[in-house]
Design a protein around this ligand. Sequence first.
Ligand SMILES: Cc1cc2nc3c(=O)[nH]c(=O)nc-3n(C[C@H](O)[C@H](O)[C@H](O)COP(=O)(O)OP(=O)(O)OC[C@H]3O[C@@H](n4cnc5c(N)ncnc54)[C@H](O)[C@@H]3O)c2cc1C
Length: 214
Amino acid sequence: MKKTSLAQGSRYYPKRYDFSIEKRNAILDEGLICHVGFVRDSNPVVIPIAYCRIDDTIYLHGSVGSHFFMDMAKGIRLCITVTHLDALIMARSIMNHSMNYRSTVLFGTSRLVTDEKELQDATQAFVDHVIPGRWEDARQPTPKEMQKTTFIAVTIDEWSVKCREHGVGDDEGDLDLPVWAGILPVGLTWQEPVTDHGGSREVEVPDYVLNYRR
Ligand SMILES: Cc1cc2nc3c(=O)[nH]c(=O)nc-3n(C[C@H](O)[C@H](O)[C@H](O)COP(=O)(O)OP(=O)(O)OC[C@H]3O[C@@H](n4cnc5c(N)ncnc54)[C@H](O)[C@@H]3O)c2cc1C
């Protein structure tokens, strides 16, 4: 996939840009939430939403009554971002504080998914992406539920990745200041599952929930 005008990467910190598909897909496959930017009535709008990826296509799903999905069903240009914050960088000087992150910015045109097989594949890919193992366990969607759901496909035609993955960058003259400097790493952790007792059955917490990691 060639990089073109929008996703060139800036001249500012060019080393932080990476255009490898592997890096892009690793960021996308670890994430759960993206931000979708589009223009509505000449105004920029950005909506947070869950997503999944199959090859170079991002899938979004929502209600048939959603204004956002009705807009996307017309086939509009979208900008989609996914970001992972990995650490706070604490330098000895205020202006050298920073963050370690991995982010990707994608561009593409939305397309309403109508093909039965693609709808099925996208629905399963969504579940497998968010909760691997759940597809085999939970009740399958009914035709009525599928009819009430819109799936949008966005094939990525331009994209960039930007990462900061290094330590403190202090100026030489500040290194001996009596100020603690270092990295404060951050990661998504999953807590103890809480069972819903809505039904009469007692069902064990499945391993894919107990061992859930991203
Ligand atoms: C973590 C997360 C995951 C989500 N996953 C899904 C999903 O898989 N499918 C889905 O359909 N929706 C999802 N949503 C909800 C999504 O953000 C939108 O609210 C919804 O898709 C838009 O519906 P709409 O057509 O009513 O919005 P629109 O009518 O297009 O929105 C109108 C206005 O409502 C406001 N608005 C809309 N959404 C939000 C928001 N989330 N926060 C604050 N203001 C808002 C904005 O000002 C917007 O201009 C998710 C939200 C979050 C935070």
